[in-house]
Design a protein around this ligand. Structure first.
Ligand SMILES: Cc1cc2nc3c(=O)[nH]c(=O)nc-3n(C[C@H](O)[C@H](O)[C@H](O)COP(=O)(O)OP(=O)(O)OC[C@H]3O[C@@H](n4cnc5c(N)ncnc54)[C@H](O)[C@@H]3O)c2cc1C
Length: 308
């Protein structure tokens, strides 16, 4: 309920002004976001790599309605891939990029988004790495999967994301679990009506387990994105049961969340990738992270109250 209200409030420009101008916000942002520039992103990537972790980088921003902005976001990704490549961080997919289709023009028209994503894929291939298309709100899912399907003819390793909170997702997993596919499975960070989404945590978690089984049973490369200890344990057991080699799937977690668990899993020989966001447009990302954890939200609101 609180989560739903907060996600809805994230569209409020008054709340955005209050949160982005509060001095205490900076410390919270820094715990989830690598910094403002591509150089910050590269620095954090280097450190995570040294700790034995893989990385996917997200240039923050979404819902672009301006073609020039969509082109600028595309250029930023290409420049970032160049910087990572120059440091040898893209080789073998050590660091890849995550792209939100609405940040590169999905809401302008699908052709613009597709051309921009294709440019990023070409730069990634040149550097020896991959691209994953994030899943956003429900309205963006179908066009995103269509673009991914079309671009996979040229870039078979283009990854996409399935959100277990959507009722359609188990069927999506079965359709996407084919040979060579890279599919990230997450719970879903958006708020959607019960007509398309499961309402309770229990339903979302059991949908996650069913999706996981479909992906691990297929011949593709599952990317298991969760911090949930139970689902991480289930992944380990299913991987054993299905005879999965440690390098045939990976765990993924967000920058700043459960870092000790990220290292623990990597120390067991598992592939672990950290999703690292950077850039100045962090507001919507921060609100989604606060909405996920009431304890974070309560702490943040108390700090806002005591300092304003
Ligand atoms: C690598 C990665 C990529 C993602 N990509 C997408 C995407 O493309 N589209 C999309 O809709 N969503 C995406 N998400 C977000 C995801 O959908 C969830 O909203 C988020 O991961 C929280 O769900 P959970 O599976 O960790 O389980 P939860 O049940 O939310 O959390 C399990 C435990 O993890 C810890 N935890 C979770 N969140 C926080 C937090 N914010 N702060 C501190 N501790 C926390 C707590 O210990 C909590 O008990 C992604 C998540 C990851 C890890």
């Amino acid at each position: 309920m609180l989560r739903r209200a907060l996600l809805a409030a994230s569209a409020s420009s008054r709340l955005r002004r209050l949160i982005t101008s509060a001095p205490v916000t900076r410390a919270v942002v820094d715990s989830y976001v690598a910094g403002e520039t591509a150089d910050d992103a590269v620095r954090v990537t280097r450190a995570l790599r040294a700790a034995g972790l893989l990385v996917t980088l997200d240039y923050l921003g979404e819902d672009t309605k301006d073609p020039a902005q969509a082109a600028a976001v595309t250029d930023e990704y290409i420049q970032l891939i160049g910087k990572l490549g120059a440091e040898g961080l893209t080789h073998g997919g050590v660091a890849e990029v995550s792209v939100k289709p609405t940040a590169v023009g999905l809401y302008l028209d699908a052709g613009t988004a597709s051309r921009n994503i294709s440019r990023i894929c070409a730069a990634a291939r040149e550097a020896g790495t991959t691209v994953t298309l994030d899943a956003e709100e429900f309205g963006a899912i179908e066009p995103t999967l269509r673009i991914a399907g079309e671009l996979r003819a040229d870039y078979p390793d283009l990854g996409c994301v399935v959100q277990s909170f959507l009722r359609r997702s188990e069927a999506d997993c079965r359709a996407l679990a084919g040979h060579g596919s890279r599919v990230r499975l997450c719970k879903g960070a958006y708020s959607e009506p019960e007509s398309v989404a499961f309402g309770s945590r229990r339903e979302v978690d059991s949908s996650y387990a069913r999706c996981l089984r479909a992906l691990l049973n297929g011949p593709g490369y599952p990317m298991v994105a969760t911090h949930d200890p139970r689902l991480i344990a289930i992944t380990g057991s299913l991987a054993l049961l299905t005879g999965r080699a440690a390098d045939s799937f990976e765990y993924q977690m967000l920058y700043g969340i459960r870092p000790a668990e990220q290292r623990r899993l990597a120390d067991t020989g598992a592939r672990v990738r950290v999703y690292v966001p950077y850039g100045g447009d962090w507001y919507a990302y921060l609100v989604r992270r606060l909405a996920e954890r009431p304890a974070n939200l309560a702490f943040f609101l108390r700090s806002l109250g005591s300092r304003s």
